[in-house]
Design a protein around this ligand. Structure first.
Ligand SMILES: Cc1ncc(COP(=O)(O)O)c(C=O)c1O
Length: 471
């Protein structure tokens, strides 16, 4: 028996991509995690060869010749059409999506046509094509695969989506360093905290600092104002300038982009960071899942921002990202991409966007109106600043216990905490997804919440203090 040990990478192709980074942006090469260093898209692999054969087949057919394409592991009938079950055919017919478009395999980086649509939709000059991901979740884990390891500090504001901890810290091994999301006066974002946390991460000797920013925020529903967007840029610039040896990867998570009420900026956070600093590599996760209300279709996008970078670097990073996709899920779902593409190209797209936004804005107003209608609401469960997105958060004590009680009274909310768990300290909150509550149900549900919290608080007061006898 011949036993082969295939030694770990870097393979020739990973070596070539790393060579490109070394030539054009060596600091990015330096920031790669081991998996990112080894990542590459197999440019001579099955998908690449099948693509070449597909192009050759198209040329042959155009010349009236026959082409025998035995490259790809799908089943085609004698006419070259996908051979599928009857029900599959019926479903595709009902959706008016040809089998030849929706059920076949596609590129690992996503369909070029959709990449182009999403690039235009981001409205940022000189922006390259994004890679398509399986929702924003994969966009974030792709960034992690490339840049996050046990030598990385991830600087995140408090009130971060719980999956950030699971992905960046628990799975990829980073240390999470958080700072309070709101400034002391609770009037806006805490730029001082961001700067301090970045500096502290850098000075604590972590080899790499990754900054995670999520606006509109889950769970608070706060987004930066336009002025704060500029301030974000200057804050990062100032920290980088004061710490000349510092390199950073900034990742913006704009899962809820486009839902802006009151004073929230209408621009993407990416647009404020396009030219933030030559030593900051900015990656932006944004995309259809929530922006175009197609949650379970799982279509997200990951952009590499162009500033300070040779276009070849963007291509190199995109190849590494496509390689990570190829390794883990092979490619994003083609049917989902086809459906999303049709949604974006539909004549009704802009009108529907406005209509849905108006529904959300009315609900946001209903919450704010309820809060001012009766001072007991604000006293019992102060509302954290919110101006965007799907959620708002109420400050409470013992959120987990109140959550259970609320279920008994037919109200479901999420019990959360500023640093994801009460043992890490910070404000406890009930996250209220007004995205899924009808406007007519908002007042009543808030009323039940306030009532339950009041009951809970008075029970707490009646509890005997530990170590004392009651009576
Ligand atoms: C802040 C934040 N980022 C990313 C995601 C992931 O979104 P997707 O459904 O596109 O994977 C979520 C989903 O809940 C989220 O709240």
């Amino acid at each position: 028996v011949s036993i082969y040990v295939i030694k770990p990478n870097p393979t020739k192709q990973a070596g070539q991509l790393n060579g490109m980074l070394h030539m054009h942006n060596p600091e990015i090469l330096d920031m790669l995690a081991p998996a990112g260093f080894r990542a590459y898209f197999p440019s001579d692999g099955i998908l690449a060869q099948a693509k070449k054969a597909g192009d050759a087949a198209t040329r042959a057919v155009q010349n009236g010749e026959k082409f025998y394409n035995a490259t790809i592991g799908t089943t085609l009938d004698d006419n070259g059409q996908p051979l599928v079950y009857q029900k599959t055919r019926e479903l595709f017919e009902a959706m008016e999506i040809p089998l030849s478009k929706g059920i076949v395999y596609g590129p690992s980086a996503g369909l070029d046509s959709l990449r182009e649509i999403l690039r235009k939709d981001a409205r940022i000059e000189r922006l390259g094509l994004p890679v398509i991901t399986h929702g924003l979740t994969q966009a974030l884990s792709d960034v992690a695969a490339l840049f996050i390891d046990h030598e990385t500090a991830v600087v995140a504001h408090s009130f971060f989506w719980e999956n950030i901890q699971l992905q960046f810290q628990d799975v990829f091994g980073a240390t999470l360093i958080t700072y309070p999301f709101f400034n002391k006066a609770r009037t806006g974002f805490n730029f001082e905290g961001l700067a301090e946390a970045m500096e502290s991460a850098h000075k604590s000797g972590f080899r790499k600092v990754v900054v995670y920013l999520n606006f509109p925020n889950n769970p608070t529903g706060y987004n930066l104002t336009d002025e704060e967007g500029q301030q974000l840029r200057t804050t990062i610039w100032d920290v980088m300038r004061a710490n000349r040896k510092m390199h950073t990867v900034v990742i913006t998570d704009e899962a809820y982009y486009g839902f802006s009420y009151d004073n929230a900026t209408q621009k993407t956070i990416m647009s404020y960071l396009v030219d933030v600093h030559p030593q900051a590599l900015v990656l932006g996760a944004k995309g259809p899942t929530k922006e175009a209300n197609v949650w379970g279709l799982r279509v997200g996008a990951l952009f590499v921002l162009p500033y300070g970078m040779n276009p070849k670097t963007i291509n190199t990073l995109n190849q590494k990202l496509a390689g990570v996709t190829r390794a883990i899920i092979s490619m994003p779902c083609v049917l989902s991409q086809e459906m999303v593409e049709q949604v974006y190209l539909s004549d009704m797209f802009m009108q529907n966007k406005k209509e849905i936004n108006a529904v959300m804005a009315r609900r946001a107003t209903a919450i704010k109106d309820a809060m001012t209608s009766d001072p007991i609401f604000a006293k019992t469960m102060p509302l954290l600043p919110f101006n965007s997105g799907y959620f708002c958060s109420f400050k409470v004590r013992a959120a987990a216990a109140v959550f259970e009680k609320l279920l008994e009274r037919n109200v479901g909310v999420i019990a959360g905490c500023e640093n994801n768990h009460p043992r890490f300290g910070g404000t406890e909150v009930l996250r209220y997804a007004f995205s899924s509550v009808p406007e007519s149900g908002i007042y009543r549900s808030l009323e039940i919440m306030a009532d339950e919290i009041r009951r809970h608080e008075s029970c707490r007061r009646l509890q005997p203090v530990k170590g004392m006898t009651s009576g």
